[in-house]
Design a protein around this ligand. Structure first.
Ligand SMILES: [Zn+2]
Length: 285
């Protein structure tokens, strides 16, 4: 191993703050949690309307759950400047979209950490929520949204789909019962012997209503193109198909939907592994 080259210790890089467009200005460490006070790195003081200069009108705090550091849930206390344009009177705040999605409660790193913990390390949502000192629903929503975005990134994936499979998977067990997702896969390549099934979408919950709402949300071209809906036998999916896609045939598992949906999810897991850790997981993980 080559001799390491040291630089000066730096909280911004060590705590993954610099990638969020923030810098740390203070810390408060208690035995059970830590708060990092941050500022937005970019000044952002020029009006996007007219190019005039903004006058500082105080700051507001945006609190973001960050990933746990040093065994402690860590919160970012981001002081965001507010400006008012001297020319056109427009009022704005410094842009924090690099740190977190609009209205999100978790920093972008916290979202990836949560997604990795759930999908790769198979931690329960409750444990992830406890590690982040956040609520179950906040974490669940963030993980599902990020999962969908990361796993299912191809905007053209709905084109040319003729055969879909629908299945339910246990997403995570919690103390209050199990949580399910309805998984929709594209079986067209399997039927045409061109390749493996692809993950099309995931929707929280498992019921006739979930699948019905999902079909309803798709565009007309997609719905008209569906010839076959394969499922493992849950009658709710069958009724939803009959009601929403009367032209399509509902069939009971000729393609082994359950196994193929599992494969598609495994591929998706490997993708999360690559995106969140930068290397491939063991095969089968
Ligand atoms: Zn202006």
């Amino acid at each position: 191993m080559p001799k390491p080259t040291f630089t000066l210790p730096d909280l911004n890089s060590f705590c993954l703050i610099d990638g969020l467009g923030l810098r740390v200005t203070g810390q408060q460490i208690r035995h059970d949690r830590a708060v990092l006070e941050c500022r937005v790195a970019e000044d952002d003081r020029w009006c996007r309307n007219c190019g005039g200069e903004g006058v500082l009108r105080g700051t507001v705090v945006r609190k973001l759950v960050h990933l746990p550091l040093g065994w402690r849930p860590t919160t970012l206390w981001v002081r965001v400047r507010r400006y008012r344009c001297t020319d056109c009177a427009r009022v704005w705040r410094q842009d924090t979209s690099t740190a977190a999605a609009p209205r999100a409660k978790l920093s972008r790193h916290a979202v990836l950490w949560a997604l990795k913990s759930v999908v790769i390390d198979r931690m329960s949502i409750s444990r992830v929520a406890a590690a982040l000192a956040s609520s179950w629903h906040t974490v669940n929503d963030a993980v599902l949204a990020a999962g969908r975005q990361l796993l299912i990134e191809d905007p053209h994936r709905f084109e040319g789909v003729k055969v879909i499979g629908v299945d339910e998977h246990c997403w995570r067990h919690t103390g209050r019962g199990s949580h399910y997702v309805t998984v929709i896969i594209d079986l067209t390549p399997v039927k045409e012997r061109r390749g493996p099934a692809r993950l099309l979408d995931m929707a929280p919950g498992r019921s006739k209503a979930v699948f019905k709402t999902w079909i309803d949300a798709q565009n007309e071209d997609f719905r008209n193109g569906i010839e076959v809906v394969a499922m493992d036998g849950f009658t709710g999916f069958k009724t939803a198909t009959a009601e929403e896609l009367p032209e399509a045939t509902a069939v009971m598992d000729p393609f082994h939907v359950v196994a193929l949906a599992g494969d598609a999810l495994d591929q998706a897991r490997q993708r999360v592994q690559r995106e969140t850790t930068g290397h491939r997981g063991r095969s089968g993980v």
